[in-house]
Design a binder for this molecule. Structure first.
Ligand code: NOJ
Length: 510
């Protein structure tokens, strides 16, 4: 287990929208290099970079055409190596995004596999025996290749699924077992790509749809086996490299598959949305001041996951990512501050999505860009300053339009505002670095009552008190202590913690 993860705080960068250094309207790697000091000043010491590989961008780069080449619009492989080097000089690690489940339908492997002629790549993707085989339980593209067969896709039509085999075989005439030599070769090809970038200085990978590899593998037994093999490779060849899964099932991802971290999203009903987004526009979220949220439902889902996995890896909460509406679509500013207090004081490894530190708004009126659809509104350019394109680009045609509202938050207007979300996030990250008990593997004792808010949790000699409600509240004090951080106000008196409406207190034991 890489030691650096204990105190890692990640910043997710969507490269096309971060900073355009050459005025072509699209963010680029040199732009990220220019802004590394900004990332460091936030207190983040690691970056997750969304895909930067050559791609036709039918799904914003999650449709890879060449895993070993940086997309020209972002720069060159040398630029990426320079980013690794500069980041390392500043104590910042970089995880690339690995897309192991599918490629673009323009990837040379696929162009070869879809030919009628047999080749050593014929089994790299999953083709049915003939075009007349189209069992409805599989998502497939039919009758569009020279080859007499239909092929499975993982996500959009342009993303054919790579072949890691089938755990339960329903159609033996075209489904291979996971230990078929051609399926093993697919995993070897992915390892080769990982080595390529790790040798150039990458610090690991965020793994896209990590649970998607082997098909008909409901318990993910064969999929986990592949990842364990990859973890063994990392442990022996790159012991400092880290992998975070987009699996969202910590027990499977961390304990069974050997991931160092797993994102805590709702794919398997694990309760993340209950905190910030649940119900219609968040009206049943725990942090909605209307009090309709159900903390116990969250705790009942999260705590067993945490207990089962805490010795082996980290659960990662995120402020948002490039696939979900920004939380500004759901909650008011004070609630968002409390959400951040939660994310940055819980165990595990937290992830901050670019622009969330400014309270950037979800732009719900945009035409889809590069397969974004409803996700497009969370992918708009970073807002640096006043002026053209809010400082993102000098181009007349930026990748996406910036927030047009007159009060659009920018780095320039938020950094020095004592009431900003930026201030809260940077304060909280600084506290996380200062107190070891707040870090990834510090203890957690979660204290809550059925049907009740507020709540608190202890992390060693610190206690975090939250009152998400619109009215004042009080709770028993966990211990005698002093308030070391406060949002919204409150106090300690006669063994009670008094909490103002929508408040957070961090208390240190005397
Ligand atoms: C999850 C990624 O986060 C998303 O953006 C992408 O569209 C799908 N996986 C498919 O790769």
């Amino acid at each position: 287990m890489p030691d650096w993860l204990k105190n890692a705080v990640f910043y997710e960068i969507y490269p096309q929208s971060f900073y355009d250094s050459n005025g072509d309207g699209i963010g680029d790697i040199n732009g990220i290099i220019e802004k590394l000091d900004y990332v460091r000043d936030l207190g983040c010491n690691a970056i997750w970079l969304n895909p930067v590989y050559d791609s036709p961008f039918m799904d914003a780069g999650y449709d890879v055409r060449d895993y070993k080449k940086v997309a020209p619009r972002y720069g060159t492989n040398e630029d990426l190596e320079k980013l690794f080097k500069k980041a390392h000089e500043m104590g910042i690690k970089i995880l690339l995004d690995l897309v192991p489940g599918h490629t673009s339908d323009t990837h040379p492997w696929f162009l070869e596999a879809k030919k009628a002629a047999q080749s050593e790549l014929s089994n790299r993707y999953i083709f049915t025996k003939t075009v007349w085989d189209a069992p409805p339980q599989y998502r497939m593209m039919c009758g569009i290749c020279e080859r007499n067969g239909n092929y499975l896709v993982n996500y959009f039509s342009s993303q054919p699924a790579l072949n890691y085999g089938f755990y339960n075989i329903t159609h033996p005439e075209w489904q291979l077992p996971p230990d078929h030599p051609d399926c093993l070769k697919t995993a070897e090809a992915i390892k080769d790509i990982m080595r390529f970038w790790l040798d150039k200085g990458a610090d690991g990978f965020r793994v896209d749809m990590a649970d998607s590899l082997v098909k008909n593998d409901d318990e993910k037994i064969a999929t986990a086996k592949i990842w364990r093999g990859i973890r063994e490779m990392l442990d022996s060849e790159y012991p400092e490299a880290a992998m975070v899964a987009e699996w969202c099932h910590p027990e499977r991802a961390i304990n069974n598959a050997g991931f160092h971290m797993d994102f805590y999203l709702d794919h398997y009903g694990n309760g993340y949305s209950r905190l910030f987004r649940y119900g219609m526009w968040g009206d049943e979220a725990v942090f909605n001041p209307n009090g309709r949220g159900n903390l116990k439902a969250f705790a009942d889902e999260y705590l067993p996951n945490y207990e089962k996995t805490k010795e082996n890896g980290y659960i990662s909460f995120m402020t948002n990512n490039h696939d979900m509406p920004r939380v500004t679509a759901y909650l008011d500013k004070q609630a968002i501050k409390l959400v951040n207090a939660f994310i940055f004081t819980m165990p595990g490894v937290p992830f901050l999505y670019y622009g969330d530190e400014l309270g950037m708004r979800y732009q719900d009126d945009l035409v889809s860009k590069e397969g974004g659809f409803s996700r497009t509104g969370s992918r708009t350019p970073m807002q640096w300053s006043s002026g053209k394109n809010l400082g993102f680009s000098t181009s007349d045609e930026p990748y996406l339009p910036v927030d047009k509202s007159p009060d659009a938050p920018t780095v320039e207007n938020q950094r020095d505002d004592p009431d900003s979300i930026y201030r809260v996030i940077t304060d909280l990250i600084a506290l996380r670095h200062k107190y070891a008990e707040l870090q990834g593997n510090g203890e957690l004792e979660f204290v809550y009552e059925e049907g009740k808010l507020p709540f608190y949790y202890k992390r060693g000699r610190l206690a975090m008190y939250f009152n998400p409600l619109a009215e004042k509240a009080e709770l028993d004090a966990a211990f005698d202590g002093k308030i070391i951080y406060s949002l919204g106000g409150g106090g300690i008196s006669c063994g009670k913690v008094l909490l103002e409406p929508q408040s957070f207190l961090m208390i240190e034991r005397n």
